[in-house]
Design a protein around this ligand. Structure first.
Ligand code: ZN
Length: 78
């Protein structure tokens, strides 16, 4: 699999590797990419099985603040 970009396509400054986090009153979780459109449930969203969730890695430009996200299984929390 290809590596993540190192430089911002907007201003050519260096990207800083990070991740987005979901905090909803329970434990903090890494953000995930889920295929398809969101479906409402009685409380929150109806989600597919967790094996189909792909963790999001986020790159933030150190110069202009531009953010890119990548959904890649190898970037799961360890
Ligand atoms: Zn930039």
């Amino acid at each position: 699999m290809s590596s993540l970009p190192t430089d911002c396509p907007k201003c050519n400054s260096r990207f800083i590797h990070g991740y987005s986090v979901e905090i909803t009153g329970g434990p903090a979780m890494v953000g995930f990419w889920i295929e398809g459109l969101p479906k409402k449930a009685w409380f929150g969203l109806k989600l597919p099985p967790k094996k189909e969730w792909i963790p999001l890695a986020t790159l933030r430009c150190s110069g202009c603040g531009y953010v890119e996200s990548y959904a890649r299984s190898e970037l799961a929390a360890k």
